[in-house]
Design a protein around this ligand. Structure first.
Ligand code: SF4
Length: 181
């Protein structure tokens, strides 16, 4: 019997649009599962990534907090192959717009000055993730093996990469798979 390729996904500083595109593979997702893919953990199944045995780890979003930094490092330790999915993970994307400002300015704007959130208390406590000084693409924190750019990447591009990896082949995105609307 063919060994299953276990896939885990997480989303960091992203909008979940890349995971929506992942789900938009629709029946192709079923094909991937029939061809040997299985999920070990995802935001839409179970967040607990097993310590060993995950073949492919997919990361949506850039790295913006200390918690996200820990999570992507854990993905690298626990997954044989890491894929950065979407422009935020690949390049930093929209969340890097905050890199022009100090974190104190960002908190002040969000919790003190915002018209809809005027003069509120700043979030505090040991359990609250801390913003990193700068938002980073995933490859500034860990080694990335494959990149699927796009905002979000098309379901076809995600399928191309996963189907090849499940067959034990090296995926290559080109032509229409690298064109965006
Ligand atoms: S790449 Fe685009 S769709 Fe994906 S998380 Fe970033 S903003 Fe959202």
């Amino acid at each position: 019997m063919k060994t299953k390729k276990l896939v885990s996904t997480i989303w960091c500083e992203g909008c979940s649009g890349c995971h929506m595109s992942f789900l938009d593979m629709d029946e192709k997702l079923v094909d991937l599962i029939k061809n040997g893919m299985a999920f070990s953990a995802t935001p839409f199944t179970d967040l607990k990534i097993p310590p060993h045995g995950t073949d492919i780890g997919i990361i949506e979003g850039s790295v913006a907090t200390d918690t996200q930094e820990e999570e992507v490092k854990m993905m690298r330790e626990r997954c044989k192959i890491i894929i950065a999915m979407g422009d935020c993970a690949v390049f930093g994307g929209i969340p890097t717009m905050r890199n022009r400002y100090e974190t104190t300015e960002i908190f002040s704007r969000a919790y003190k000055q915002a018209e809809t959130n005027y003069n509120q208390h700043l979030p505090a406590g040991e359990d609250i993730s801390k913003l990193l000084a700068k938002v980073k693409p995933v490859n500034e924190v860990i080694k990335v093996d494959y990149y699927i750019p796009g905002c979000p990447p098309t379901p076809e591009a995600i399928y191309e990469v996963l189907s090849k990896l499940i067959e034990g082949k090296t995926p290559e995105l080109k032509g229409k798979l690298l064109s965006y609307e």
